[in-house]
Write a protein that binds this ligand. Structure first.
Ligand SMILES: O=C(O)CCC(=O)C(=O)O
Ligand SMILES: [Mn+2]
Length: 203
């Protein structure tokens, strides 16, 4: 296990190939019931380059008019989010060091030209719980900084099967994805990258 800086843990190659394949299969099933949609920036309505869905009792969503929030149903279908797969709950129990289960798993799909700007994960009420992030498919360049947007950042690659835990002092660290490296994994037939983040929302 590697600690990048206080409260940020990077666990390279944590999931073996069969575990990664099982998760991709579980995500396929989730996407069948809760299709990927294009999130919009609050206020401007500018589309994000990442497509999203969720599983769990809550999901993180954003659109032009109502902005960032958690809700219990898919914004397009109105249906409750699919249940969280047991494998994800097990990973949380093993790694989060937190007594309550995750409520949301945000599923991000990055095509090879998608990215995610520097941001904090701060829409959760429970900031004592970590955010646990799982990477599947093509590698990316992940950037992480401090608690202020202008703090220095450092970048490292995340590959398929890697896990990052944002917790402790760095629970609110700014972070983002600068780029995806095409053809760095054979896990996803059509390329791209999937990121799953497990979150505890309510205290
Ligand atoms: O894709 C990643 O590795 C990070 C995703 C992320 O920061 C988020 O969904 O809030
Ligand atoms: Mn984030």
């Amino acid at each position: 296990m590697a600690t990048v800086s206080n409260g940020i843990r990077h666990l390279p190659d944590y999931l073996d190939r069969p575990a990664q394949e099982r998760l991709v299969e579980a995500i396929r099933t989730i996407v069948t019931g809760a299709p990927l949609y294009v999130p919009e920036m609050p206020g401007t309505g500018k589309p994000m380059s990442v497509r999203m869905t969720n599983c769990g009792s809550l999901g993180w969503v954003t659109d032009k008019d109502r902005g960032y929030r958690y809700q219990s149903f898919h914004p397009a279908t109105g249906k409750p989010w699919p249940a969280m797969p047991q494998e994800l709950i097990d990973l949380w129990e093993r790694l989060a060091d937190y007594p309550k289960p995750p409520e949301a798993c945000l599923v991000n799909f990055y095509s090879d030209d998608a990215r995610m700007g520097l941001h904090q994960d701060r829409d959760e009420t429970d900031l004592a719980a970590p955010v646990l992030s799982i990477s599947l498919g093509n590698s990316c360049l992940f950037r992480v900084g401090g608690l202020n947007r202008k703090d220095p950042t450092r970048s490292f690659r995340l590959a398929s099967g890697d896990i990052v835990v944002l917790g402790g002092e760095r629970r609110l660290a700014f972070h983002g994805v600068d780029r995806i490296y095409p053809k760095t994994s054979t896990l996803l037939k059509n390329g791209g990258r999937i990121n799953l983040t497990l979150r505890r929302v309510n205290v």
